[in-house]
Design a protein around this ligand. Structure first.
Ligand code: 3HC
Length: 311
C-alpha cells in the first residue's frame, strides 16, 4: 500500500503537475525514468551508426549535407537525454559503461543493416516517423527535464522524417530501378519499424506503472496503430506496397487491421542476436576507446587551468 508521501506524489501527477529533479519521488519512479531515458539516449547515439554508413556515398552534395546534419542532431539528442538522466542522480560514465558492456538496451531498430541509399529514405520516413509518434506524447510526460528535452527533439525529428520521405519520393519518381530500390527498403524496414513501439500491451511489463505515473500517455499498441494508420496513405502516394498481406482498412474500427508481428525476431534482437548487434556495440566501444586521449587532454587542461587560478 502507498505511504502518505507516495499518495501525495501520485496526486500531483494526477493534477498534471510536473515532477522536478529536487522533488521527492519514489525510488521506483526514479529507476524507471533512468531506465527509459538512458535507453532512449543510447538509441540516439547508436542510431547514428546505420546512417553513418552512407555519408560518403550520398548521391549529391545537398543530400550529404542533410544527412550529416541529421546525424549530428542525433548526437545532440543523445547528449540532452544523458543530461536529463543525470538529473536523476546517475552519472554519464555509469550509463556509458552499461551500454559498452552490452548490459543496457537500446532500440531494436538500429540492429538492422543499411544496404542501399534507399534505406536512408526508409529510415527517415518510417523510423523517425515512428520516433515522432512515440515522442510527441513524451513532451507532456510527468518528469520535467525529460518532457522539456522532447520538445526540441521532436521538432528535429520532424525534419528527419520529411527528409526521409523526400528521398523516397525522389526514388519513386525516378527510374524503375530506383523505384525497386525504394520498395526493397520498405520491405526490409516495415516490420522492424512496427517493433520499435515495443511488445504488445498484453506483454508490456512496464506499461501499467508507467501509465499511472504519466511517463506513458498512450500504450505500445495504440501508438503502433497510429503509425500504421498514418503511413499506409503515404505508401499509397509513393506507389509502394506495404509488405503485409493482412493489411486492410477496417471500416468498423476506423483503423487499418494488420498482420502479426514476428515476436521471435524482436526477442532475438533484444537478446543481442539481431543482424548487427555485435557490430554496433564493437563500433561504439572502439569510438569510446579511440577518444580516450581527448578526454584525458580535457581533464589535464582543466587541472592546469584550476592550478593557475590558485597561484
Ligand atoms: N527495442 C529495444 N528494447 C525494447 C523495445 C525496442 N523497440 N521495445 C521495448 N523494449 C524493452 C523495454 O525497454 C523493456 O525492457 P526493460 O524492462 O529491460 O527496460 C522491455 O522491452 C519491455 O517493454 P515495455 O513495453 O514494458 O517497456 P517500456 O514501458 O519502457 O516501453 C518504449 C518501451 C515504448 C520503447 C518506451 O521505453 C519509450 O517510449 N521509450 C522512449 C523512446 C525511445 O527510447 N525511443 C528509441 C528509438 S527512437 C530514436 O532513438 C530516435 C531516432 O531519431 C534515432
Amino acid at each position: 500500500s502507498m505511504s502518505e508521501q507516495e499518495r501525495a506524489f501520485q496526486a500531483r501527477i494526477d493534477d498534471g503537475i510536473r515532477i522536478e529533479p529536487k522533488d521527492w519521488m519514489p525510488e521506483a519512479y526514479r529507476k524507471t525514468l533512468i531506465r527509459q531515458i538512458s535507453q532512449h539516449a543510447h538509441s540516439e547515439i547508436v542510431g547514428q551508426l546505420p546512417e553513418g554508413n552512407w555519408v560518403t556515398r550520398a548521391p549529391t552534395l545537398k543530400r550529404k549535407s542533410i544527412l550529416l546534419a541529421k546525424i549530428q542532431d542525433e548526437a545532440g539528442h543523445g547528449l540532452y537525454l544523458y543530461s536529463a538522466a543525470e538529473t536523476l542522480g546517475v552519472s554519464r560514465d555509469e550509463l556509458l559503461q552499461a551500454l559498452h558492456s552490452g548490459k543496457a538496451k537500446y532500440s531494436s531498430i538500429f540492429n538492422y543493416p543499411t544496404l542501399s541509399w534507399a534505406d536512408m529514405g526508409a529510415i527517415g520516413w518510417l523510423v523517425d516517423g515512428s520516433a515522432i509518434i512515440n515522442q510527441i506524447p513524451l513532451c507532456r510526460c510527468s518528469y520535467g527535464p525529460y518532457a522539456r528535452a522532447m520538445i526540441r527533439v521532436c521538432k528535429e525529428e520532424s525534419f528527419h522524417a520529411r527528409q526521409g520521405y523526400d528521398i523516397m519520393l525522389a526514388l519513386c519518381n525516378g527510374t524503375p530501378e530506383q523505384k525497386a530500390m525504394a520498395q526493397d527498403a520498405l520491405n526490409r524496414w516495415w516490420w522492424p519499424s512496427l517493433m520499435m513501439f515495443g511488445p504488445s500491451d498484453a506483454h508490456s511489463v512496464n506499461s501499467a506503472q508507467s501509465s499511472q505515473w504519466r511517463i506513458k500517455l498512450f500504450s505500445n499498441d495504440e501508438l503502433r496503430q497510429r503509425m500504421v494508420d498514418q503511413t499506409v496513405p503515404q505508401a499509397e502516394f509513393l506507389g509502394l506496397t506495404i509488405p503485409d498481406p493482412d493489411l486492410k482498412w477496417n471500416e468498423e474500427r476506423g483503423h487499418y487491421d494488420f498482420g502479426e508481428i514476428d515476436w521471435q525476431e524482436f526477442h532475438d534482437v533484444l537478446k543481442g542476436n539481431g543482424p548487427c548487434n555485435r557490430e554496433r556495440l564493437r563500433t561504439r566501444v572502439k569510438a569510446w576507446d579511440d577518444g580516450a586521449w581527448f578526454r584525458e587532454a580535457l581533464v589535464a587542461h582543466a587541472d592546469k587551468a584550476a592550478a593557475k587560478t590558485q597561484e
